[in-house]
Design a protein around this ligand. Structure first.
Ligand code: AMP
Ligand code: ZN
Ligand code: FE
Ligand code: FE
Length: 270
């Protein structure tokens, strides 16, 4: 039974709640899914409960930590993190607080540019989620400024756009250490979009255990290259759909790996 190791929910910027994601995974016949929300593990417990109550699929506790390197987004996935580790929780809660401050600053900038977007809308659309640019994008859609998230990113909130404010700086090394602190298994997410190949060896020396070789945005040439990099550094080759729901990013189960990959990740827990 195949596994999708990269799934977002309403705990961050996904469209479906953890419970609905689990239902969909069961309907699709997936053996396991990893819940990997941006900088939060709050979607894990409801997903685990739902799966336990209905007899599957296996839910792997995870996180996707947003780091940056030379101004580029570098995302570190963490599998089998202990979601109750206090030091780990303290830091990710701090990151969530910083995300809220940053969202307020971004809305301030957009308003000063004359856009009628409101922080109340952003907060309402995000609910209890870890606040991210996609929620600001949704508020821009609601305000009629743009038609969809993609347009919001390309015109207003993408990295080179007037409304952009960077996140709290977290280095990829800190993100790897944070996952290790919580006894989890750190994996570099979508290396093809991170474009940080130069630091993979250093991250591996610091405890990185895997590379997300299979991802909807990777070309077949990138898949071949990262398979080689993973083999050379003895990293597990993982993959997932990066499912968010809605029309952006992948469909659930679009990218799958075998349960052997899951077993190998499990073996590499601390
Ligand atoms: P943030 O972490 O708040 O800076 O937001 C970045 C997140 O927004 C990424 O992890 C993606 O999930 C999402 N994202 C990035 N680019 C786009 C896009 N063009 N359209 C929709 N969502 C995007
Ligand atoms: Zn996202
Ligand atoms: Fe990512
Ligand atoms: Fe993701």
């Amino acid at each position: 039974m195949p596994a999708d190791l990269h799934v977002h929910t309403t705990a961050s910027d996904g469209i479906l709640s953890p419970v609905r994601v689990v239902c969909l995974a069961r309907t699709l016949g997936l053996g396991a899914i990893a819940i990997t929300d941006h900088d939060t593990v709050s979607g894990v417990a409801p997903a685990v409960q739902e799966a336990a109550a209905r007899g599957g699929p296996v839910v792997i506790p995870g996180i996707e930590i947003s780091a940056s390197h030379h101004g580029r987004d570098v995302h570190i996935l963490g599998y089998y993190v202990n979601t109750t580790h206090s030091g780990f929780l303290a830091r990710i809660r701090q990151l969530a607080d910083k995300r809220s401050e940053r969202a307020a600053r971004m809305v301030g900038r957009l308003r000063s540019l004359g856009l009628k977007v409101s922080l109340d809308d952003v907060l309402e659309l995000a609910g209890k989620a870890s606040l991210g640019r996609p929620h600001i994008a949704d508020a821009l859609v609601r305000a009629g400024v743009v038609q969809n998230r993609a347009q919001a990113f390309s015109r207003w909130i993408g990295r080179d756009c007037p409304g952009y404010v960077p996140r709290e700086p977290v280095s990829p090394l800190e993100a790897v250490a944070l996952v290790r602190l919580a006894k989890g298994v750190p994996v570099l997410a979508h290396p093809g979009t991170a474009r940080a190949d130069g630091i993979i060896a250093e991250l591996a020396a610091a405890g990185l255990q895997g590379l997300e070789v299979y991802h909807p945005e990777h070309t077949s040439e990138q898949v071949r290259r990262y398979l080689d990099v993973a083999a050379a550094l003895r990293l597990v080759s993982t993959g997932g759909s990066d499912f968010h729901g809605g029309d952006n990013h992948g469909r659930l189960g679009e990218v799958l790996v075998g349960l052997k990959v899951v077993e190998e990740l499990k073996r590499r827990r601390l």
